[in-house]
Ligand binder design. Sequence first.
Ligand code: XLS
Ligand code: NI
Ligand code: NI
Length: 441
Amino acid sequence: MSILLGEKEYFKGVGKIQFEGQESDNPLAFRFYDENRVIAGKTMKEHFKFAIAYWHSFCGSGLDPFGGPTHHYEWDKSSDVIQRAKDKADAAFEFITKIGAPYYCFHDLDVVDQDNDAVVYKKRVETMTDVLKAKQDASGVKLLWGTANLFSHERYMNGASTNPDFNVLAHAGAQLKGAIDATIALGGEGYVFWGGREGYMSLLNTNMKREREHFAQMLHTCVEYARRNGFKGKFFIEPKPSEPSKHQYDFDSATVIGFLREFGLMEHFGINLEVNHATLAGHTFAHECQVAADAGMLASLDANRGDAQNGWDTDQFPVDVYEWTEAMLILLGAGGLAGGGINFDAKRRRNSTDMEDLFYAHIGGMDTIARALIIADKITQHGEYHRLKAGRYASFDSGKGAEFEAGKLKLEDLFAIASEVQPVQISGRQEYLENLIGRFI
Ligand code: XLS
Ligand code: NI
Ligand code: NI
């Protein structure tokens, strides 16, 4: 079967990327990501469900606050809105099949230009849904999640579902309906809410309580609509502490879990964690993964990385094997991602202007994560790491510690025990553990 699904080939000279193993010198090959390799009972393909982000890979132009586009796309030339959207879809599916990602993700307005008229826009999204459906059927590529872009249009400058003006909220609802319809029609496995404008710039003009309540009400309204229309997948909230809002309501995993509990939304939702968002929240990626996993909410990941020196969402491709090994240990411990996959929410740099750069970027990211999984599995099988970590809590496994965990001890009991025993100093052995992990990398 030809991997070329459109009429025109956009990524000329690059064929299907193959797994060639660690010794390969071919820059356009995988060294670690072997989709059929079984690790801990599942193939890599099943573990990761790698997805390509439509926005960064096929829309992002390299533009930054100081300069215009540097990525000039062949598929972005037609003056006809629908033709341009179709050309972009051709390019997208050509890339997705060549890189061998089983999934993709999109915002409604990644696939077709927005229009202020809600009815015109609805029609456009429906037209493109049919186009994407045909491409999915022809290629076997699936939709990991869909979402609505409720942050770019100027009407959302004061928020979307949290806008103080009900008329703006209604437009957000119209867009949400369209994006949910598209996700259902395309068999999307999840639906993401990322609220870039759901937050505030100043509390002087913001009723935070009301805005959070409106946000929760909108989520309930979406869940009701989607379930009534046959959506069986998970909804994901993607936390981020700030940017573009000064303060976003979905600050981090812990905040989101609290919010979902407060408003009775837990059963329908999981968390979609993004590496760079964790960093911006002042956490490690592992911290965010662990908080979500402990609540049974580790559902999906947006793979990227920040910059150690710059405090913004630089969305670079993952390269840090140590960081991902820690995450993969948590993921293996949680029994995998609950309903989602790994989406590359990452962009090549503004000055990475060769067409091959998009391939190098994804190959590097997929190999980094694959390598981390292989390492995490070896660490798990070796056993010492897990033994040491569990061993630190052994005093709660039996005797008085176990009674405390079971809620059987009163404060007076603790006093009585303390008057008889003195704790001996026990090392946390952080460096030992760091070296232990390092041995497998
Ligand atoms: C922005 C977010 C965004 C979401 C989807 O920082 O990462 O890209 O993933 O709306
Ligand atoms: Ni982001
Ligand atoms: Ni993201």
